[in-house]
Design a protein around this ligand. Structure first.
Ligand code: 13P
Length: 321
């Protein structure tokens, strides 16, 4: 069942996190729906503009619609991740997305507000919710060497930003970055900053964490043992930290890199162990199983595993009232 993102975030607020998984091919789409069922957890399907360039926006939509028909008991919301103004407008017009993220955090504060406000007006007129971003989540958006401290979201600015833009959820920078190399040494999430941001925002306002893959060290080791060449110092978010996030208002956590690492490991190990195989279905089937396993594990860590019946009932109740 495809449902509105914002409804999920409101149900989740203060109680659990909904995982947002980036997809770009059929195997990932199927695995996210199967993952929802296996974990009995709601999921958010996210597509970034480069995924839409790779697979084609229409193809991604068709795959998600087909998976929704195949797995009607799953609960999933469709979200555009990291859109610029043109991508957001395109997604709003498509009538397929229930939420868009306008990514203008690299621009000066007032420009970020102006662009976000424009998207909010268009999206709300179409019944779609808007995630915006304030602060810099390094990685894709900035140089890896950027000083994370200097890019953290400013709590006072966050309050002004939300009031002036009317956005429905806010992605905050609290020390994470996109990709496999997030932290060095003792670096970790800035939960104190998260608490300050939450305290300045209206009660129940949903926060979002990008760059939240955990980059498991055993995954890196297996990839390298199978001929890969990743820096063994790669590090992500410690999964035990997720439980600190939902009491502080985080309702959505984005996962992209961890799924790529699963893909990389499965294929490297498969072709190492079965050098005569050239049937893509064999590693493809293993990849889907392993991605489902990742979603199940994350859902447990996000506190949303086993919540599907309750979420369905709440959605049903909301629709009826
Ligand atoms: P990761 O690179 O940590 O998976 O973050 C993905 C993300 O935030 C997509 O918006």
């Amino acid at each position: 069942m495809l449902v509105p993102t914002l409804d999920l975030l409101k149900i989740a607020y203060g109680r659990f996190i909904v995982g947002a998984y980036n997809v770009q091919n059929m195997e990932q789409v199927l695995a996210v729906f199967r993952g929802s069922l296996k974990a009995q957890a709601p999921v958010i399907i996210a597509t970034v503009p480069f995924a839409r360039d790779y697979a084609g926006a229409r193809m991604l939509q068709a795959m998600v619609r087909a998976a929704d028909e195949m797995y009607p008991q799953a609960v999933a919301a469709m979200h555009l991740d990291h859109g610029d103004e043109a991508h957001c407008l395109d997604a709003i017009r498509s009538g397929f997305y229930s939420s868009v993220m306008i990514d203008a955090s690299h621009l000066p504060f007032d420009e970020n507000i102006a662009i976000t406000r424009r998207i909010v007006e268009r999206a709300h007129a179409a019944g779609i919710s808007v995630e915006a971003e304030l602060g810099v989540v390094a990685g894709q958006e900035a140089d890896h060497s950027a000083n994370a401290q200097s890019a953290l979201t400013d709590p006072d600015q966050a309050a002004e930003f939300v009031a002036r833009t009317g956005c429905d959820s806010l992605a905050v920078a609290i020390g994470t970055s996109h990709g496999a190399y997030k932290f060095q040494g003792e670096q970790r999430l800035h939960l104190d900053r998260l608490a300050e941001i939450r305290a300045r925002l209206p009660q129940g306002f949903p926060l979002v964490l990008h760059g939240a893959s955990s980059v498991p060290s055993d995954e890196i080791a297996r990839i390298n043992a199978a001929g890969g060449n990743l820096n063994p110092d790669a590090r992500g978010v410690d999964p035990t930290e997720f439980a600190h996030l939902w009491p502080l208002g985080v309702t959505k956590v984005n996962i992209h890199t961890d799924a790529h690492l699963v893909w990389y490991r499965v294929h490297r190990e498969h072709f190492r162990d079965y050098p005569k195989n050239f049937d893509f279905r064999h590693p493809g089937a293993i990849f889907m199983e392993e991605f489902v396993r990742l979603i199940t594990t994350r859902s447990e860590q996000f506190g949303c595993a086993g919540m599907l019946n309750e979420v369905r009932e709440r959605l049903h109740h909301n629709a009826a009232t």
